[in-house]
Design a binder for this molecule. Structure first.
Ligand code: ZN
Ligand code: ZN
Length: 123
């Protein structure tokens, strides 16, 4: 493959932005990737920024889901404990209605954890 700009020179890389083959003289190293020198450098830099940002966005969303998962897990356990503890202490069972509420929280906690896991695995 020959350089897009110099048809006699061998290409060493492809520009990340326009996909043209470039020789060492035309290649600008924009880590990670190569750009046409003085032509696509800023485009590739922008591209890298976007890719980098979307990566951290995924991680952050995953973390947010996991954090809300932990939060609802604690609330859920609290409600279940509040609902069931009086049963153990005395038998009036007045707070038993709290146990299903706790179960709902535990369920939503489970889904938060699962969504967080899926999002993190996407990247
Ligand atoms: Zn280019
Ligand atoms: Zn060239």
């Amino acid at each position: 493959m020959k350089c897009y700009y110099h048809h006699q020179a061998d290409a060493v890389a492809l520009c990340k932005s326009c996909n043209r083959a470039v020789c060492p003289e035309c290649a600008a190293d924009v880590h990670p990737g190569t750009a046409c020198k003085g032509r696509c450098e800023s485009d590739v830099a922008d591209l890298n920024t976007i890719i980098e940002r979307s990566k951290t966005a995924y991680t952050k969303t995953g973390q947010a889901y996991r954090r809300s998962g932990v939060f609802t897990l604690i609330i859920g356990l609290l409600f279940v404990a509040l609902g069931l503890l009086p049963l153990l202490v005395n038998e009036n069972g007045g707070a038993l209605f709290m146990a299903p509420i706790g179960a709902v929280f535990l369920l939503s906690s489970f889904f938060s954890f699962r969504s967080g896991k899926q999002i993190t695995e996407v990247k």
